[in-house]
Design a protein around this ligand. Structure first.
Ligand code: BDP
Length: 333
């Protein structure tokens, strides 16, 4: 007993200097942010801007390291699950896979919900969008929604021409990990394929595992998918905002004042990303069309066909949110 107490004292005495010097020389808290997009992509630029602001405002107490190109997690569901258990601090993801953890998010990404980008931003910047963001945190998902970013409109692109909704029949289309999106393609008579990260879509098309996918101009261009699936139909089925997520478990370990700074900095990067987005959307469209992509524009009747076929999603995924959907649809009218 005596011997043990002495040993304990010795151990504590040996540890003391280490602890003391550790606290004196403590460097910044280093947090990791996962991003599937490449360097220079609008969301990646916004991630770095977020990291820069946080480092500046916390006077170097918090450093955020951005890992782009899906090097940490090739699939956003992987990063979301890492956030939930506190293995990762931040992930910039699409709202689409987040809906599997926070189902209410499907409401703000229903097909043909918004008239255009301005309408979407009006909704996201209103109480509706902010309530949705808060819902992520209060849902018990272990996730914290920091802000939204723009991701334009999503369109189908394929290895064979699609000129109307009927042409989608039988096509294998890669989708984000979201059952609502899988059903959307099924309603068109196609087969939705999930489990392929955005950086692997190109090779899946090349190998014939899928006949196409769907995305916005910048991702279509940046991932190189246009080289293997050159038919792009402007059906604009969804506008799915991006979300910058944080891990609740990680935020809980920080000084609450620093958490406030993090939240404030994230919000500030939204305008920056929207600016970068507008530029990249234009340049990506110009690039792929100059490189031989066949763009199909739809007549209002043809567009209506896509819309009609997808309408059952409103009943299924909008159940319980009828008033909210009507409020969104009427906003700005
Ligand atoms: C892009 C989003 C990205 C998604 C990707 C996808 O920016 O977050 O992961 O689509 O389809 O538009 O997986």
């Amino acid at each position: 007993m005596k011997k043990f107490a002495v040993l304990l004292l010795v151990a504590v005495a040996m540890l003391m200097p280490a602890l003391a010097s550790g606290s004196q020389e403590t460097g910044p808290i280093v947090l990791t942010l996962s991003e599937v997009h490449a360097e220079g992509y609008p969301t990646t630029l916004a991630d770095y801007e977020f990291a820069r602001l946080v480092e500046e405002r916390t006077e170097g107490r918090i450093q955020i390291d951005v890992y782009s190109g899906g090097t940490l997690y090739g699939e956003e569901t992987g990063s979301i699950e890492a956030l939930q258990i506190g293995d990762l601090a931040f992930a910039r993801v699409s709202a689409s896979p987040v809906a599997s953890y926070v189902p209410a998010l499907n409401v703000i990404q229903l097909p043909y919900l918004y008239r255009d980008g301005d309408h979407m931003w009006q909704v996201l910047n209103s109480e509706i969008g902010q309530d949705m963001l808060n819902e992520i945190e209060s849902s018990g998902s272990g996730l914290v929604g920091l802000c939204y970013y723009d991701a334009g409109a999503r369109n189908f692109y394929t290895t064979t021409p699609v000129t109307c909704a009927a042409d989608m029949a039988g096509l294998k289309i890669r989708l984000q990990n979201n059952p609502m999106m899988v059903e959307m393609v099924q309603l068109l008579g196609g087969n939705g394929v999930t489990g392929i990260g955005p950086n692997d879509v190109y090779s899946a098309i090349q190998q014939g595992t899928i006949d196409g996918a769907e995305n916005n101009w910048p991702t279509y261009e940046s991932m190189g998918d246009y080289q293997v699936a050159p038919y792009f139909v402007l059906d604009g089925h969804t506008r799915v905002p991006e979300i910058l997520l944080a891990s609740k478990a990680v935020l809980d370990t920080l000084d609450p004042a620093d958490v406030e700074i993090i939240k404030e900095c994230a919000k500030e990067t939204q305008a920056y990303e929207i600016e970068q987005w507008a530029l990249r959307e234009q340049s990506s469209e110009a690039k792929v069309t100059s490189e031989g992509v066949v763009v199909t524009e739809l007549t209002p009747e043809q567009l209506q066909e896509f819309q009609d076929k997808m309408a059952p999603l409103y009943t299924e995924y909008g159940a319980g949110y009828e008033d909210l959907i009507a409020q969104i649809q009427n906003m700005g009218l």
